[in-house]
Ligand binder design. Structure first.
Ligand SMILES: Cc1cc2nc3c(=O)[nH]c(=O)nc-3n(C[C@H](O)[C@H](O)[C@H](O)COP(=O)(O)O)c2cc1C
Length: 131
């Protein structure tokens, strides 16, 4: 499944949480959840995690697609990206606190690193720094 769109400014909470996300309009019919994904930006591929759903932890009411790029700190607002969903990692969940969500996102990131290390061994050419 591939999503694409122009990166928009979200509610800017992600940055404060340490997980800035690129928000893109959700036009396709995709199941909620957190996915391992690859972002195609300016002809390069970047490992990422994509959240699809309603951020219920913050009592949001609208579904959104938010992409967190690993080891990436450039401003990409207004850029067109393609997001390929590779594998579902887990279901969307309402957490009791922001810190519980952040802890889960850190675990998600660790799982993604393992997953993409595996992909690198299989010679999928992606941009990733060593951590
Ligand atoms: C890897 C990842 C996992 C996420 N998991 C959840 C989740 O389980 N529950 C939830 O309410 N929000 C989840 N979110 C969404 C965050 O709540 C959201 O990115 C944050 O509130 C920032 O929103 P903003 O970009 O609109 O500022 C996740 C986001 C990412 C990047």
């Amino acid at each position: 499944m591939i999503l694409h769109g122009i990166v928009q400014k979200g509610k800017q909470r992600g940055k404060a949480l340490g997980f800035p996300t690129a928000n893109i309009p959700l036009t396709q019919n995709i199941g909620d959840g957190i996915y391992m994904s690859l972002v195609m930006l300016d002809s390069k591929k970047y490992p990422s995690l994509t959240f699809i759903g309603i951020a219920e932890t913050f009592d949001d009411t609208e579904r959104s697609a938010e992409v967190y790029l690993l080891d990436f700190d450039k401003d990409i607002y207004g850029k067109r990206i393609e997001v390929e969903l590779l594998k579902k990692l887990r279901e969307n969940k309402k957490f009791e606190s922001t810190s519980a969500l952040v802890k889960q996102m850190k675990d998600d990131t660790m799982e993604a690193r393992e997953y993409f290390k595996f992909d690198i061994r299989n010679k999928i050419k992606i941009q990733m720094t060593k951590k």
